[in-house]
Design a binder for this molecule. Structure first.
Ligand SMILES: [Zn+2]
Length: 87
């Protein structure tokens, strides 16, 4: 699988560390139930998901990778910092 780092270009996926799903965090003062859901309850969608990837053997950038978890097609990549803290 090939992943395009916004800084380095197309690279082999083995250069990256996958942190996991890129989820919107609850507000710091959110209710305990909302934090419990965020930390412990996850959907397992078959289709497009956003994930946080770290270019460990490259430039060290954190990127948001949108990919189809069924076909493994990488749909888009973006700097996490460009998402404005939404994930
Ligand atoms: Zn990179």
């Amino acid at each position: 699988m090939r992943v395009t780092c916004p800084n380095c270009g197309e690279r082999d996926r083995r250069e990256f560390y996958v942190k996991g799903a890129a989820l919107a965090r609850p507000a710091a003062d959110a209710a305990l139930d909302e934090w419990h859901d965020h930390v412990n309850l996850r959907d397992n969608p078959a289709g497009e998901v956003h994930e946080l990837w770290f270019h460990e053997m490259g430039c060290g950038a954190w990127i948001d990778v949108c990919r189809n978890v069924v076909s493994h097609e990488v749909i888009s990549t973006a700097w996490v910092s460009d998402l404005g803290g939404t994930r």
